[in-house]
Design a protein around this ligand. Structure first.
Ligand code: SAH
Ligand code: SF4
Ligand code: F3S
Length: 461
């Protein structure tokens, strides 16, 4: 584990923890909730744990360092995190030296941190995402001082470079290129818990990508809450083009994009590098009603959104477009929902993620009264899901008979000859193969489609 690029004081804390646990068989366990940004952060938490001398544990009960990396985007995610933490009470009771940490977006909410302080005395520390690099220091404190630490709202600014990730696969990797969000969509907690937008230096990103490709990585996903508002000396489109120009057999993805930042330049770059940049675009619509979009502070209209979709399809005919929709935003009328329904119908998504609106304390929308009853929201949700499934099925059917490139993630089940992987457009494929193509690109002929998966046979069979 190379920690040479970390600051001296972080290295010192790492060395001190290493010395402290020396000789004992220390293990770590990290649970990740939420989005890809959290997945990427968990890889860095694992990297720091490994640098401190911890080994990975198979189960939380076997670990002496347990981390819950949380999400605050909806109430459901928060309740899940609290119930997980509750499960670890007996672990701490059985082995009092166990360090239990709350990381992720909930750790940046003052109300949650208060609850943890008062009701979860066995949680050793809470550390918000912007201060992830202080993880070794807090583990060190928990081990030596037996004092609980709650780090909140301090240095929001810098990006801590040089934390070595422990990645779960070698053929796919997340690369965070920017952090935070400035958009303040009225329903969303993310800008409050992740802070303002900060972009990494392009040179650092290029180095990381070069290294990954040299190590045999076949898929790089560039990450950011608003990935396409990336700004350094390069625009997002320029950065994407530079990475696409690197030699090697790999494909590039990125997420999540805001419609307001989809430039003509970005679409042109995607069209120019069809072998390198995946023909896939996650473009959250949230609502198809201009009135609700305005209330949400999304800054685009339905018409503008549709024109982006049209431009993408004109430039990249095969592109798979996916989206997020919020159902039941305060004041959403039948008419507003019909606008959403019609927009979803007009676009014809490859896949759609729908969420019931969940009020988040501290956001602007949390002050708005909910005028729609639960039963109505449920019916809207069901109609939307049925529509989305029909659309996915139609899109997937179009693949039957085609031969497509698939990056294989591994056997569908242990010992079976069925494998799973994803097409360039991001579709899940279950396929037969004579050899084991895990981690490689294979050509698969698709012979069946459902709304969720494609099925096929690899060329080597
Ligand atoms: N930065 C990304 C992801 C934000 S969170 C983006 O802008 O798209 C992922 C999705 O969660 C959002 O797209 C939105 O559909 C949903 N979401 C965010 N806040 C929510 C809330 N309060 N209630 C329900 N869904 C929410
Ligand atoms: Fe939340 Fe909007 Fe920012 Fe996405 S763009 S993270 S939905 S505030
Ligand atoms: Fe959740 Fe934080 Fe991601 S709130 S969606 S884990 S940025």
């Amino acid at each position: 584990m190379n920690i040479d690029f970390l600051s001296k004081d972080i290295q010192e804390h790492i060395a001190q923890v290493r010395a402290h646990i020396d000789g004992s068989f220390a293990r770590y366990f990290v649970i990740t909730l939420g989005c890809q940004q959290n997945e990427a952060d968990s890889e860095r938490i694992r990297g720091m744990a490994a640098a401190m001398g911890y080994q990975p544990a198979e189960r939380a009960e076997e670990a002496s360092l347990i981390v819950v990396n949380t999400c605050a985007v909806r109430e459901h995610a928060e309740l899940k995190a609290l119930s997980l933490l509750g499960r670890f009470k007996h672990v701490k009771a059985a082995v009092p030296e166990t360090v239990i940490a709350l990381c992720g977006c909930m750790a940046a909410e003052p109300g949650t941190v208060r609850t943890i302080k008062e009701k979860f005395p066995y949680v050793s520390f809470a550390l918000e995402p912007n201060m992830l690099h202080r993880f070794p220091e807090l583990v060190h404190r928990a081990l030596t001082e037996r004092r609980r630490t709650f780090l909140l709202g301090e240095d929001m600014g810098d990006i801590a470079e040089g934390i070595p990730p422990v990645r779960s696969t070698s053929h796919r990797a997340w690369v965070s290129i920017m952090y935070g969000c400035n958009n303040f969509c009225s329903y969303c907690i993310v800008p409050y818990v992740r802070g303002r937008e900060r972009s990494r230096d392009a040179a650092r990103i290029m180095d990381e990508c070069r290294e990954l490709i040299a190590d045999g990585c076949r898929e790089i996903t560039l990450l950011g809450q608003n990935v396409n508002s990336y700004r350094s000396e390069l625009t997002f489109a320029q950065l994407l083009e530079q990475i696409a120009r690197l030699d090697g057999e790999f494909r590039l993805r990125f997420m999540t994009s805001h419609p307001k930042d989809v430039s003509e330049e970005l679409i042109a770059v995607m069209a120019r590098y069809p072998d390198k940049i995946a023909p896939a675009f996650h473009l959250p619509l949230q609502s198809g009603s201009d009135r609700i979009l305005k209330e949400m502070n999304r800054t685009y209209t339905r018409e503008r959104y549709l024109s982006i979709v049209e431009a993408l399809r004109r430039a990249i005919p095969d592109i798979a477009i996916t989206t997020d929709i919020i159902v039941g935003f305060p004041g959403e009328s039948d008419e507003d929902f019909e606008d959403t329904y019609r927009t979803v119908e007009a676009v014809g998504y490859d896949s759609l993620f729908s969420f019931i609106y969940s009020p988040r304390e501290g956001t602007k929308a949390a002050k708005l009264a909910q005028t729609t009853d639960e039963a109505t929201i449920k019916v809207r949700m069901e109609r939307l899901i049925a529509l989305a499934q029909r659309s996915s099925y139609e899109k997937n059917q179009a693949y039957v008979g085609r031969r497509v490139r698939v990056l294989c993630d591994g056997p569908a089940r242990e010992g079976e000859e069925a494998y799973i992987g994803r097409t360039d457009s991001g579709k899940l494929v279950r396929f037969q193969s004579a050899g084991d193509p895990t981690g490689c690109f294979v050509s698969v002929t698709i012979d069946k489609a459902t709304p969720f998966d494609l099925f096929g046979v690899a060329d080597d069979t």
